[in-house]
Design a binder for this molecule. Structure first.
Ligand SMILES: Nc1ncnc2c1ncn2[C@@H]1O[C@H](COP(=O)(O)OP(=O)(O)O)[C@@H](O)[C@H]1O
Ligand SMILES: [Mg+2]
Length: 320
């Protein structure tokens, strides 16, 4: 992945007129979707009275188990389906509006890419759809393939030979090609291994640094926990929980200290001291590194040694 990626926002044709402050990146009011069945009893309420507001520049996570209404919400925001009741707006315009659509990049849950084209041809195809001229396409294609970290050797191979992770990267590059202001990613980490997930999260953080708004969905809570500024959790079409990660995960009444190589005698002394002070639920113990961290460290070290470099650890080594 290139170290100094700069995703410019300057070339975007996206609704400059709607770029004023105070306009939410997206907003839904009592947004409801019922998929009709042949019989009334077969209809599915996929989303019920969703009220959501995402500010510009935020990374917002739409979380929830399978079938909770995440993809339905995204399709409503894109105007791909119509709400049963309620409304949705994107960058101050009604969902599905031509102008707002041009300012959105979208990575679908399943990336449908033409299997016989390679990555560059695929992006060239989309570039034409976006009315980019040849010079603009040539520049943007390599820029975004660098940005998503697709190996240059892979770029000229047909997509049918790609791993899930490589295909996901092409999908993301396609979503970014027209330099959108709002990037909507439906399950961006699905099918990725832990390292791919970490890299996807770093890309999402990079988008935030470039001033983009990101809406992402996931059913793997841990996968997005530390990239999102705010999340909501849907369950059976209802919004159950909403807030910043810090608000939601803060445990107020537990005090914690960690240290490396603490002598056993000192450990025992601290436990005794707490017991004497009448503290309950004392949980002493040595912390195990998480399996995910172990996996990432191994893969990164292997890759480094393949390149003849010294071993390195992922992302500052702070765990996830
Ligand atoms: N086209 C459709 N017709 C009927 N039911 C649908 C359709 N699309 C989704 N659903 C149902 O709506 C609910 C929410 O689906 P979805 O939004 O895809 O959930 P998620 O993305 O959170 O997994 C599920 O019960 C699903 O079966
Ligand atoms: Mg879905």
């Amino acid at each position: 992945m290139p170290q100094e990626v700069h995703v410019s926002n300057s070339s975007s044709s996206l609704g400059r007129g709607v770029a004023d402050r105070g306009v939410a990146a997206l907003e839904t009011i009592n947004l409801t979707k019922v998929y009709p069945g042949f019989w009334k009893s077969q209809s599915v309420t996929a989303l019920r009275n969703l009220n959501l507001r995402v500010e510009r520049g935020e990374i917002f996570g739409l979380l929830g188990p399978n079938g909770s209404g995440k993809t339905t919400t995204i399709k409503l925001l894109l105007g791909l389906i119509n709400p049963t009741s309620g409304s949705a707006s994107v960058l101050g315009r009604p969902a599905g509006d031509q102008l707002s659509r041009r300012s959105i990049g979208y990575l679908p849950e399943e990336t449908y890419l033409y299997r016989f084209l390679n990555a560059r041809q695929t992006l060239d195809f989309y570039g034409r759809l976006f009315n980019m001229n040849r010079a603009q396409r040539a520049k943007a294609i390599d820029f975004y393939l660098d940005f998503v970290g697709l190996d240059p050797a892979v770029r000229r191979r047909p997509l049918r030979t790609y791993s899930k992770g490589q295909a996901r990267r092409v999908g993301l590059a396609q979503a970014l090609l027209n330099d959108p202001e709002l990037v909507i990613l439906d399950e961006p980490t699905s099918g990725l291994d832990p390292l791919g997930t970490l890299e996807m999260k770093n890309l999402i953080k990079e988008l935030k640094r470039a001033g983009k708004t990101v809406l992402l969905s996931s059913h793997q809570l841990a996968d997005v926990e530390d990239v999102c500024d705010r999340i909501c959790i849907l369950y059976r079409g209802n919004l159950e929980i909403e807030g910043t990660i810090d608000q939601l995960l803060e445990v107020r009444d537990v005090f914690r200290i960690e240290g490396r190589n603490v002598p056993e005698a000192l450990q025992q002394e601290m436990v005794t001291r707490l017991q004497q002070a009448g503290i309950s639920e004392i949980r002493p113990g040595v912390q195990r590194s998480r399996l995910e961290d172990l996996f990432k460290r191994m893969v990164l070290d292997k890759r480094a040694s393949e390149r003849g470099e010294a071993p390195r650890s992922p992302d500052g080594g702070s765990g996830r």
